[in-house]
Design a protein around this ligand. Structure first.
Ligand SMILES: C[S@@+](CC[C@H](N)C(=O)[O-])C[C@H]1O[C@@H](n2cnc3c(N)ncnc32)[C@H](O)[C@@H]1O
Ligand SMILES: [Zn+2]
Length: 377
């Protein structure tokens, strides 16, 4: 355990105390706390609970400690908790907050990279400013010590992952992004793909069990399993998406072939490598929904709405949502109401739902020509 004792002189000027989930959190001067990330903490805490089996949690960029403290307070399956942060002020604040919530846990001031190399926990929480990519290698170092573990990671560099900064995405994630209507799903898939590639040489698979896209960030929780075969199967789920910006045709492929759109002969754009498999574990997502109702913590309605949408979209099971506004613009037709679009597709025998990624989009297993027929009808 890396432990840098906190200086007795460290001053943690307290500004206010708030309640979040089951925790009381003192917001200390100079320590990062974002109230807009509460929903992310709500949902990730539910995910930690839905895992069910006993876990030890390390929150290695803890700031006030809000995440780790909530995971422990709200979930009986969390045994041990360790909070750490590189900032002296943050570590002192997290220690105060642990005490405020009557929690016995280790709190240390530590660089996350060093901490992850030297320690072993079953659930690693990594919540950096911006891109998590510089920390993925050291995360694999921590996680390869166990046969099975969990990795919860946040990325807030959405302009990079969504294709506004092409070179930064190539450099940081080794992937070509797409600045199009389903860029948020691409962003999640690129981060998952990058994590799988970083973990595989450690003989670790990285299977997403929960994916969230909200505001300016994405959050992924992975099941990480040891084994060469498992690691290889994570890599086999990587591929590319070919996309036509003229008519929205798209295709997920391991090795893209065509240069021209088969629907309108327009030039295709290609993004990836990215994860092309499932984004959620069905049982975990259902369990999160039921736990959320049982607990009824403050803000549970908003979490319930997102979990409801996620449970519907995962049952559809196809990659890349269809944005009705973009389709209307490209086909020069009026925007079709979302409920009507879903019902028409269902009536025609397809699976269709809303998607939590975008309020104006649907997820459907219908082919492109069927979607165009619907929009032009
Ligand atoms: C986005 S904040 C974490 C927010 C917190 N998880 C929450 O939900 O309230 C990022 C934190 O990472 C810390 N940090 C930045 N670089 C670090 C590093 N290399 N090692 C450990 N902590 C680091 C910062 O001091 C900051 O407190
Ligand atoms: Zn086309």
């Amino acid at each position: 355990m890396v432990f840098i004792p906190l200086s007795k002189k460290t001053s943690v000027g307290s500004r206010q105390e708030i309640e979040e989930g089951k925790a009381k959190i003192r917001i200390c001067g100079g320590v990062f706390y974002n109230p807009h990330m509460r929903l992310c903490r709500d949902l990730t805490s539910l995910c930690a609970g839905a895992i069910g089996k006993r876990i030890s949690v390390a929150d290695v960029m803890c700031a006030t400690g809000a995440r780790g403290i909530r995971y422990k307070l709200e979930n009986r399956n969390v045994d041990e908790l360790s909070l750490s942060d590189i900032s002296q002020k943050a570590a002192a604040c997290a220690r105060k907050n642990a005490k405020l919530n009557n929690l016995e846990c280790k709190v240390s001031r530590a660089d996350a990279k060093k901490f992850m190399r030297e320690n072993s926990f079953d659930f690693l929480e990594l919540d950096p400013f911006g891109s998590p990519q510089p920390f993925l290698h050291d995360a694999a170092h921590m996680l390869h010590k166990a046969k099975e573990s969990y990795f919860s990671v946040t990325a807030t560099d959405m302009p990079v992952l969504c294709g506004a900064h092409l070179l930064a995405c190539l450099k940081n994630y080794g992937a070509n992004p797409l600045n199009n209507e389903f860029c948020h799903e691409n962003a999640a898939r690129i981060l998952i793909g990058r994590t799988a590639m970083e973990f595989a040489p450690f003989s670790l698979s990285a299977t997403p069990i929960f994916t969230l896209s909200h505001r300016h960030y994405i959050k992924i929780v992975f099941l990480v399993q040891k084994g060469a075969q498992k690691a290889a199967s994570s890599i086999k789920s990587l591929g590319f998406v070919s996309y036509c910006p003229s008519c929205c045709w798209r295709q997920a492929e391991r090795f893209p072939e065509g240069k021209r759109c088969p629907s309108c002969a327009g030039a295709l754009q290609i993004a990836g490598p990215m994860h092309l498999g499932e984004l959620w574990d069905r049982k975990i997502a259902q369990k999160m929904l039921s736990l959320n109702k049982e607990r009824g913590l403050h803000g549970w309605e908003e979490a319930g709405k997102i979990l409801g949408a996620i449970n519907e979209e995962l049952a559809v099971g196809s990659c890349f949502y269809w944005d009705l506004h973009t389709l209307a613009k490209k086909t020069l037709r009026p925007i079709i109401p979302i409920q009507k679009a879903i019902e028409s597709l269902r009536d025609a025998g397809y699976k269709a739902s809303r998607t939590h990624f975008c309020p104006t989009a649907i997820r459907a297993d219908a082919p492109h020509e069927e979607i165009l027929r619907l929009v032009r009808a």
